[in-house]
Design a protein around this ligand. Structure first.
Ligand SMILES: C[S@@+](CC[C@H](N)C(=O)[O-])C[C@H]1O[C@@H](n2cnc3c(N)ncnc32)[C@H](O)[C@@H]1O
Length: 269
């Protein structure tokens, strides 16, 4: 299997695995309502068979398969540990969902077997995003849609911006690129979709800010995990420095905002 170096859950230690699962759940919960509404606005709905590639613990795959109804949903991921969490936590509450192990580059799924394909926060970890997109375009039916939700650290900021934030963002960008990923991936998705032969390409964004989450939770889902990802004494010190900001009186805290981008394209035909 073509293993991602940029994100490999099964290689986290026990404590980090539990924290990461919690972070993924929090990240999914924070956006859930807006994300489901956005996907429906982009054309996903009842009767559309959905595939979520890189589904992780499946916190979105469950609700998406509920919307699809009897058409159902499949979550695919390469991590056996995350799929075990998906089967234990998500599957029991969502009768139309199924989870399978597989790779985004070669899913092993039938040609044209889904109406809608979704990937969230996967493409920032892929070394060969164009190959994964071609595979995505293959498994949706002609006229079906591929939707990628991802971030771009050019659209993540604190204001006023403390040097520790800029430095940790920069270290994570370099570390992820070193491991074959790309924290600036969102701006590249429309061009990649065009190259993969998709048409009717659109892009939209949802903002998530410290106003609705509080600065502590905002930093948890956007920034603190980067200290572990970078894994140096400097990154840990920067993360602690940022943690202190969240304990300041609210009227003295900086404002944080990030954009979750949705790029969508259609298989011609
Ligand atoms: C940041 S996590 C996001 C998980 C989930 N989509 C979410 O938003 O909670 C990235 C996911 O992509 C999966 N992944 C990375 N490379 C993959 C590949 N080549 N094929 C399938 N899954 C992959 C990882 O195992 C992980 O579950």
């Amino acid at each position: 299997m073509d293993v991602a170096r940029s994100y490999h859950y099964d290689r986290f230690g026990d404590a980090d695995r539990a924290a990461e699962l919690h972070r993924l759940q929090r990240q999914a919960t924070v956006l859930l309502g807006a994300e489901l509404a956005e996907l429906q606005r982009l054309g996903f709905g009842l009767g559309q068979r959905i595939l979520e590639v890189g589904c992780g613990p499946g916190f979105l795959t469950g609700p998406l398969s509920d919307i699809a109804g009897e058409a159902g949903g499949v979550g695919l991921d390469m991590s056996s540990e995350l799929l075990a969490a998906a089967s234990a936590i998500v599957a029991p509450a969502h009768p139309n969902v199924r989870f399978v192990q597989g790779n985004a580059y070669a899913t092993g799924l039938q040609d044209a077997s889904f109406d809608f394909l979704y990937s969230r926060l996967l493409y920032q970890h892929l070394t060969r995003p164009l190959d994964a997109l071609r595979e995505a375009a293959r498994v949706v039916r002609p006229g079906g849609q591929v939707c990628l939700m991802d971030i771009d650290d050019g659209f993540l900021t604190l204001y006023p911006c403390p040097p520790a934030f800029s430095r940790l963002t920069e270290l994570a960008l370099t570390a992820q690129a070193h491991n074959g990923g790309d924290r600036l991936v969102a701006r590249k998705l429309p061009g990649l979709m065009r190259e993969a032969g998709l048409t009717d390409i659109r892009m939209r964004g949802i903002t998530v800010s410290s106003l609705e989450l509080g600065l502590g939770a905002f930093l948890d889902i956007t920034t603190r995990f980067k200290a572990i990802q970078v894994g140096s004494a400097e990154s840990m010190a920067l993360s602690n420095e940022l943690g202190a900001l969240a304990r300041m009186p609210p009227d003295q805290q900086p404002f944080g905002v990030v954009v979750a981008f949705f790029a969508v394209g259609r298989r011609p035909g």
